[in-house]
Write a protein that binds this ligand. Structure first.
Ligand code: AMP
Length: 237
């Protein structure tokens, strides 16, 4: 049964770190829309040129653009074996569109990572990404770890990546993104909340505890145990 998981939460909740770890541990495709957009901006594609300004302001890219992007990504073979979505959906129309894109036979599990606002601002101001490929590092994760999605993992493992702050991680833009989250994304929580496969977890804890809580929440939502939520044979240790 292919696992279809959405990890959601405000900027700085740790959803990128946790979604990447869960995807790796369970051999699932990781689909991080923010990373996909930043990569498009960095490589100057037509999509990147169209969305660069929106990302810099911390506003949301239009639903149609996002839905097309995710539809194409979910159609790739790796995603047909199950996926973890990070950063999508962010609005109710995106959530409705996602329902229509799901694989039959298994439910969509949605886990919200909850963290108080002050802690979010503190974390986001401390986090860094790789200047070369935009892969993200959690300021609270192991600083020597090579971030998920890094395009040159061997070099990063040997020398460490050239870390910089994300251009949308200034205090002003972070507060704007939190406001956008409250206005546009929080209604989506209400959209999912009534479903039997929705869970909320406390993200104001060390990453390892949040990782464990995420695994348990997914297992619980699927009516199984975390031990039976077996990692894929291809998953790295
Ligand atoms: P993230 O890395 O998830 O924090 O996303 C960074 C930025 O990309 C956001 O502030 C938005 O400008 C844009 N973005 C990412 N995913 C979406 C989405 N599903 N809908 C609209 N905008 C998005």
């Amino acid at each position: 049964m292919a696992l279809q998981l959405v990890v959601m939460g405000p900027p700085g909740a740790g959803k990128g770190t946790q979604a990447a770890r869960f995807a790796r541990d369970h051999g699932l495709a990781r689909i991080a829309t923010g990373d996909m957009l930043r990569e498009a901006v960095a490589s100057g594609t037509p999509l990147g040129r169209a969305v660069g300004d929106t990302l810099a302001r911390g506003a949301l890219v239009g639903d149609e653009v996002m839905i097309d992007l995710v539809r194409e990504r979910l159609a790739r073979p790796d995603a047909r074996r199950g996926f973890v979505l990070d950063g999508f959906p962010r609005t109710v129309p995106q959530a409705r569109a996602l329902d229509a894109l799901l694989l039959g036979g298994s439910p969509l599990v949605v886990v919200e990572i909850q963290v108080p606002d002050d802690e979010l601002v503190r974390r986001v101001r401390a986090r860094r990404i790789c200047a070369d490929c935009g892969a993200g590092a959690d300021a609270f994760a192991d600083p020597s770890a090579v971030p998920a999605g890094c395009r040159h993992p061997d070099r990063c493992a040997a020398e460490g990546p050239p870390w910089v702050a994300r251009s949308d991680d200034t205090e002003e833009v972070v507060r704007a993104r939190l406001e956008v989250y409250r206005r546009e994304t929080a209604p989506m929580v209400a959209f999912y909340q009534g479903r039997p496969t929705f869970r909320a977890i406390d993200g104001a804890r060390p990453p390892e505890q949040v990782r464990q809580a995420l695994v348990e929440a997914v297992a619980d939502a699927l009516g199984t145990t975390s031990a039976r939520l077996a990692p894929s044979p291809e998953a790295r240790p």
